[in-house]
Write a protein that binds this ligand. Structure first.
Ligand code: COA
Ligand code: AMP
Length: 631
């Protein structure tokens, strides 16, 4: 099947297209109604279908004779340990942990929050929740207690699952004190917390509330799969928006399973029994989709890697893992390859490994800059596929569909729309722009299966944030253009979301923390170019009148505050004092202009600016603090 024919069918007759793809799965009740609308007027897929995602990810493969095949490989250079779970072993662990949750009262529709590092038990917990028809919400380990508390209150979990610690290279990060702190801050209290004690740190358990993972597992009875409707939620995953409150992206069961299963073949060219490695974290969407669900739905072997691209122990770590576990497709963020390139520019470490198994490298999560693309291609000699997607969609919107047809790549482009995604470039009035002109990347409705149907508990936020800018379209928040050949180029966010080391962060949220400092009158946090992490946040701070403060001291205090409120993952390390912020006459800070100055770009002074001389001051401060880089 060529890409063009497949794509045209998906757009011309989405019902027939997705009905056919849905038939590849083992439903408890096959859907008859392929596409319909819910009470909010949102397109929903497979509404009368019934299934269980954990059943599709595990039990089906055992029934089909793949029980002894490796399902999950845990490889942890930071603890010097490795473990392989066959499909049967993983299913048994999952069923038993589902029994643990069930004994704590978890039933279909209940939420279970998972705050765990990159260990096999995180995957076991997620699948166990799915097995019960409950809804998991995984929180990334790099978030601090207040962030965790916000998520606990929003998702109101019946049970929380955590581990005593995570290991960041050589640093032991104690998770349990962070959870205890978050629970003190939260309004909502779970019925129970299940704690996995790891040898590197022992957590104190609160009697009557906390259970030890191993003890509970030893006492539990395995629980069976609970059928759910296709439109029932599988998980909530919080992501950064433009305000302080994170958005709980909701993923349903049916559309998700169909889309991910399709993607494994069409985008990643994977077949059952082959090894797929997404070097991400289960706390992010890439981890949800391509460490946990998609590889298992497709009967592949997945990898949980508790390490970094560098320093665990060196820049050959990725190549070691690929060679040792015979990885066919590797998926990671460009930042990871920039980190490897920095430490091993010639790719010398690559030569130590037999990488004949590795066929393609996929990258996403942030813009893949052409130098990183070229370097990776040159040192590995492999095709490198840039693909564009978001937490909201759960799978790629644009990609080189390697399982359908390998299209000639163009550096800087994430290639073409994936079947199912009707990608358009719109101008300010919603008009479609011609090839080469930059605008907003919008997706004409209906969105394909797998994409979010709402924000948890807040449909209005979904409607106003995504559906109301251009009626009939989903507005992605990214800007870009298509060229004459229909290739899509993503140029970056059009809102105040930034991307640091492939992690999506809200500058608005950081501004709330910085502005709360008693010395700060006003502030703006912008993302500036960073050679390794793509972007890094920088705070521009205006002091209250009469405040006399050592700037280095203030910077240290602000850095500490952001770390405590949001977490180390925010990477907030720089704050500079300015005398004025460039604003419009109506008082809006000109953030885009600030970014352009920091990135050394040419800019035009908008006619709406209140006082153009403020720009000279900003340029001088940026220069003196070494904040300007030529992108
Ligand atoms: N739990 C606790 N803390 C975490 C964490 C986790 N899961 N992940 C990161 N952190 C901490 C780090 O220890 C670091 O803390 P520090 O400020 O005390 O050093 C901070 O958060 C920033 O981490 P990071 O941005 O990852 O920087 P780094 O210097 O530790 O590592 C890279 C740099 C490039 C090696 C790393 O960012 C990387 O592997 N990036 C790939 C990103 C990725 O996979 N993204 C997923 C999207 S596909
Ligand atoms: P997240 O929701 O964390 O996956 O982040 C999604 C955002 O990351 C998108 O809106 C883009 O801004 C950016 N992004 C993801 N993939 C790419 C890509 N291939 N090229 C450019 N930007 C990307």
């Amino acid at each position: 099947m060529t890409y063009q024919a497949e794509y045209a069918r998906s757009i011309d007759n989405p019902q027939a297209f997705w009905g056919e793809k849905a038939a590849a799965l083992h439903w408890f009740k096959a859907p008859q109604e392929i596409l319909s609308r819910d009470e909010n007027g949102v397109d929903r897929w497979f509404v009368d279908g019934e299934l269980n995602t954990a059943y599709l990810a595990l039990d089906v493969h055992i029934e089909q004779g793949r029980g002894e095949q490796a399902a999950l490989i845990y490889d942890s250079p930071v603890t010097q340990s490795k473990k392989i779970f066959t499909y049967r072993e993983l299913r048994d662990e999952v069923a038993r942990f589902a029994g643990v949750l069930s004994a704590q009262g978890v039933v279909k529709g209940d939420r279970v929050l998972i705050y765990m590092p990159m260990i096999a038990e995180a995957v076991i917990a997620m699948l166990a929740v799915a097995r019960l028809g409950a809804v998991h919400s995984v929180v990334f380990g790099g978030f601090a207690a207040p962030e965790l508390a916000v998520r606990i209150d929003d998702a109101s979990p019946r049970v929380i699952v955590t581990a005593s610690c995570g290991i960041e290279i050589a640093k032991v990060i104690q998770y349990k004190p962070l959870l205890d702190d978050a629970l003190r801050r939260a309004q909502h209290a779970p019925d129970a917390c299940v704690v996995l004690q790891r040898p590197e740190a022992t957590a104190e358990l609160v009697p009557g509330r906390d259970l030890d993972w191993h003890t509970a597992m030893a006492q539990a009875q395995p629980a069976d799969c609970v059928p759910v409707r296709a439109t029932d939620p599988l998980y909530i995953l919080y992501t950064s928006g433009t305000t302080g409150k994170p958005k709980g992206v909701v993923r349903d069961n049916g559309g998700h399973a169909v889309a991910l299963n399709y993607s494994m073949q069409a985008i990643y060219n994977m077949s059952p029994g082959e090894v797929f490695w997404a070097a991400s974290d289960v706390g992010w969407v890439v981890g949800h989709s391509y460490i946990v669900y998609a590889p298992l739905l497709a009967g592949c072997t997945t990898l949980v890697y508790e390490g970094k691209p560098v320093r665990t122990p060196d820049a050959g770590a990725f190549w070691r893992v690929c060679a040792e576990h015979r990885v066919k497709a590797l998926f990671a963020a460009p930042t990871a390859f920039r980190a490897i390139k920095k430490e091993d520019p010639e790719g010398a470490l690559l030569g130590q490994y037999d990488l004949s198994c590795l066929k393609t490298i996929f990258m996403a999560g942030e813009r893949l800059d052409p130098p990183t693309y070229e370097w990776t291609r040159e040192v590995t000699g492999l095709p490198v596929v840039d693909h564009w997607w978001q937490t909201e969609t759960g799978w790629a919107i644009c990609a080189n569909p390697t399982g359908l047809e390998v299209l000639p790549p163009k550096p800087g482009s994430s290639t073409v729309p994936v079947p199912g995604y009707n990608v358009r470039i719109l101008g300010p009035a919603g008009e479609e722009l011609p090839a080469g002109e930059q605008g907003i990347l919008a997706l004409k409705l209906p969105l394909p299966p797998g994409c979010l149907p709402t924000i948890w508990g807040d449909f209005e936020r979904f409607r106003s944030g995504y559906l109301s800018d251009y009626p009939g379209y989903y507005s992605s928040g990214d800007g870009g253009y298509k060229d004459e050949d229909g290739y899509v180029f993503i140029m970056g966010r059009t809102d105040d979301v930034i991307n640091v080391a492939g992690h999506r962060l809200s500058t608005g949220e950081m501004e709330e923390v910085v502005a709360a400092h008693p010395a700060v009158a006003e502030c703006a946090v912008i993302g500036v170019h960073d050679d390794l992490k793509g972007q890094q946040p920088v705070g521009l701070v205006l002091l209250k009148d009469g405040v006399e403060l050592d700037e280095a001291q203030l910077e240290a205090e602000l850095v500490a505050r952001v770390r405590e409120a949001i977490g180390a993952v925010a990477c907030f390390k720089r704050a500079v004092v300015v005398q004025r912020l460039p604003k419009t006459r109506s008082g809006k800070i000109l953030r885009k202009l600030l970014r352009q100055i920091a990135d050394g770009q040419d800019y035009s002074v908008p006619s709406t600016i209140d006082d153009p001389t403020s720009l000279d001051e900003i340029e001088a401060v940026f220069d003196s603090r070494g904040l300007v880089s030529k992108v």
